[in-house]
Design a protein around this ligand. Structure first.
Ligand SMILES: Cc1cc2nc3c(=O)[nH]c(=O)nc-3n(C[C@H](O)[C@H](O)[C@H](O)COP(=O)(O)O)c2cc1C
Ligand code: SF4
Length: 698
């Protein structure tokens, strides 16, 4: 890596990233490409929506040089989701004009990506899927129709009609998808294409469909209208093609003379984690792949894949590894990334943390795109962060708690012109995020609170660490508004942070401890105890995962990395069932490598020294009458011989300060709000959204 990538963010400049470039006749103001990504913001009528317009306009306003509008279907059989745009239908043209005009008004060029979904679909069950040879995508159970000659002809016609519509709709160019999903890659792939007619059997025959599509698209559009190809260079599967074959595909398409640029890509539905790499796939991992394409090609090359930190983009351009830098999720997380980099504000960029928890997790369910820490993503018409409305009256706002919810509330309140103070009882900000960042392959999550801290310092918010707020302390602040964001704690009998006493919330029955004998035994610990370093465990550790997200899975992996022999028991059928599937698959692979034993379908019943008893979630007990459909405890399952138990069985809000403040005469008349986990323990995405909304109305 060159020096630029290792410098502190504030010191990095981006002369190459912000130099102009041309693709065929189209002049780009800089080298930043907003990579195509399906957003599920389209209507069920197949038309681009106003949400699309606002989403892309925000990234154009933020300074991107080129936006490539998401995968759109060229034929009804090619819709990978009901929310795919129907690019073949001339009815899209007025919608296109609105979209392209609003993007171009900001100086950003816009291309449209065209595809046929072929053997891949997000729908369950899918519509009839088309493929070169009849077989399901290995990650799916749904088989396909082997395409007849007239299907192939209709596909080529669909690409041509769609490209013409795109041109008439004001797009500056189109991009043909021979990438990680869809028909054109499956035709090119020796694994998926076993045909022996003119479209299979030899390399040239497998490439024929892509070549004919390119030819038809060129003939359907103006001579100077750019046509690019997004190309999967390595499928990253045991059965698929490798980089050498991917480069051969690229060279073959380039040799037709019908391609104006190449956009790099990798992975497939069967290797999702290389297509949209989560944090466990290190940033910069695709550098070699991008560079290999650039080395062999005479065309402009767009690089892709977790290009972070931003200095890496400049370094890649300096090292001649690409002509253009493709960012997808970075601009989802922060639409203003280009402008911030250009202005020398790299330290204020909200980084994509590669969690995949909202963007692809939502879109994979055909729901509108979101981002865990950009509450505006996909909701631009509702939330406009940079243009937060100035508060009518400047107030003093005191926020108690330096986790994501408190910091986000403080940020939005400060942006609106309030005088904001944050009180945090720990010696550093971050709350649970600081603990999560210590989990293996999870360091990137610290970007959520590190970014908020950078914003607060930039906005001049006073941050006071080591202050355990009380009504008395808060009264001395003479605040106009108080926001309590004290977070949550593990729902175990004696949470160490609060001392051994039971909280009023438990006494009042507002909260309920789990009814599991043995949780108070000295060898039973919480995930927070482990991740904070309050306890250091050794030997055989039994982890109970009732959480379904990283709190259980990541703690188990942390213990394994620290020399423990780890077994995880969960009442679900998998550990981390709520984690995005690509990231979860990689967790399971690491768990296998690290000898973490996983047992599903076991509900914890009791713990005793060296012995934990579980009820199998399904058992033969109570099998008569209606009772057979009730979950009745069946024959016990016992796990023995462990040295410690880590029980990740839920959290409870730290709400006591909020109620004490509300009933304190010292704070009478001061509006007191609460936000985040201290309302109800949730994931970051929900807390950040709630905090944004609170900050916007203070
Ligand atoms: C929600 C989502 C949808 C995507 N849809 C597409 C798509 O429609 N077409 C495409 O070529 N790539 C698609 N991608 C892949 C991205 O273009 C990009 O290659 C990938 O996210 C890795 O780049 P990044 O690390 O900059 O996000 C999608 C990615 C995400 C996160
Ligand atoms: S949800 Fe996570 S991976 Fe997706 S854009 Fe936001 S930070 Fe990045």
């Amino acid at each position: 890596m060159s020096i630029a990538a290792a410098q502190p963010l504030e010191a990095v400049s981006f002369p190459r990233l912000f130099s102009p470039f041309r693709i065929r006749g189209v002049a780009l103001r800089n080298r930043v490409v907003f990579q195509p990504h399906f957003t599920a913001l389209g209507g069920l009528d197949g038309m681009p929506s106003e949400d699309h317009v606002a989403y892309h306009e925000a990234r154009a306003r933020g300074g991107a040089g080129l936006t490539v509008f998401e995968s759109q279907a060229v034929h009804p059989a090619g819709k990978m989701s009901r929310r795919f745009v129907s690019a073949w239908d001339p009815a899209v043209i007025p919608f296109y004009r609105r979209l392209t005009g609003r993007v171009q008004a900001h100086g950003t060029k816009i291309f449209g990506q065209l595809t046929h979904g072929g053997h891949t679909s997000l729908e369950r069950p899918p519509h009839l899927l088309w493929a070169p040879s009849q077989m399901p995508e290995p990650s799916s159970h749904f088989s396909t129709k082997a395409m007849d000659p007239e299907d192939i002809e209709a596909t080529i016609r669909g690409f041509a009609a769609s490209a013409r519509n795109a041109m008439e709709g004001g797009f500056d160019g189109v991009e043909i998808k021979v990438a990680h999903d869809g028909l054109l890659r499956s035709f090119a792939s020796p694994f998926f294409n076993r045909r022996t007619d003119g479209y299979g059997g030899s390399f040239e025959n497998r490439m024929r469909l892509s070549v004919e599509v390119l030819d038809a698209v060129k003939r359907a559009t103006a001579r100077d209208f750019p046509v690019g190809v997004r190309i999967c260079l390595d499928e990253f599967t045991t059965f698929g093609y490798d980089l050498a074959y991917g480069l051969r595909m690229a060279a073959h398409l380039e040799s037709t003379g019908g391609v104006d640029y190449l956009n790099s890509d990798a992975g497939s539905f069967s290797s999702y984690w290389m297509e949209i790499p989560p944090a466990a796939v290190a940033a910069g991992s695709f550098r070699g792949l991008n560079a290999a394409l650039k080395k062999q090609s005479h065309l402009p090359v767009v690089a892709f894949g977790r290009i972070a930190p931003p200095g890496l983009a400049e370094a890649m351009l300096a090292d001649g590894e690409a002509d253009l830098i493709g960012f997808a999720r970075q601009l989802v997380a922060d639409p203003d990334t280009p402008d911030k980099l250009r202005r020398g504000e790299a330290h204020l960029v909200r980084p994509c943390i590669a969690c995949n928890d909202a963007c692809i997790y939502q879109v994979g369910q055909e729901k509108g795109i979101r981002c865990v820490h950009n509450p505006a993503a996909g909701r631009e018409r509702d939330i406009d962060e940079p243009l937060a409305v100035e508060a009518g009256r400047r107030r003093k706002i005191v926020v108690v708690g330096g986790g994501p919810a408190g910091l986000k509330t403080a940020e939005i309140a400060a942006r609106r012109g309030h005088d904001v103070v944050v009180l945090e009882r720990a010696a550093r900000l971050g709350g649970q995020v600081a603990l999560a960042a210590r989990q293996p392959e999870h360091q990137a999550i610290a970007g959520v609170t590190d970014h908020l801290e950078a914003m607060l310092r930039h906005l001049g918010v006073a941050i006071r660490l080591g202050v355990a707020a009380t009504p008395e302390i808060l009264a001395r602040e003479r605040a106009d508004r108080i926001v309590i964001a004290t977070g949550s704690e593990p729902n175990l009998p004696a949470a160490p942070e609060e001392g051994a006493g039971r909280s009023p919330a438990l006494e009042l029955g507002r909260q309920v401890e789990p009814d599991i004998p043995g949780l108070a035994l000295p060898f039973v610990h919480s995930g927070d105890d482990v991740m904070s370093g309050a306890v250091r465990l050794a030997g055989r550790v039994l982890v109970i995962d009732n959480n379904g997200h990283w709190e259980g899975a990541g703690t188990a992996e942390f213990l394994a990395d620290n020399g423990c022999s780890v077994e995880v028991a969960t009442p679900d059928f998998m550990v981390g069932g709520d984690i995005e599937s690509g990231a979860r698959t990689l967790f399971y692979r690491r768990a296998a490598i690290k000898n973490i034993a996983i047992r599903g379908g076991l509900a914890l019943k009791s713990i005793a020294p060296g012995r934990a008893t579980f009820s199998p979630v399904f058992s033969a007990a109570g099998t008569r009458g209606f009772g057979r459909y009730l979950l009745v405890p069946g024959g016990d399952v016992v796990i023995e011989d462990f040295d410690a138990v880590v029980a990740v069985i839920g959290r409870r809000s730290r709400e006591d300060l909020y109620h004490r403040c509300r009933s304190s005469a010292l704070l009478a008349g001061i509006p007191i709000e609460r936000v985040g986990d201290c309302v109800a323990p949730r994931l970051i995405e929900s807390n950040i959204l709630e905090a944004h909304r609170l900050g916007a109305r203070l």
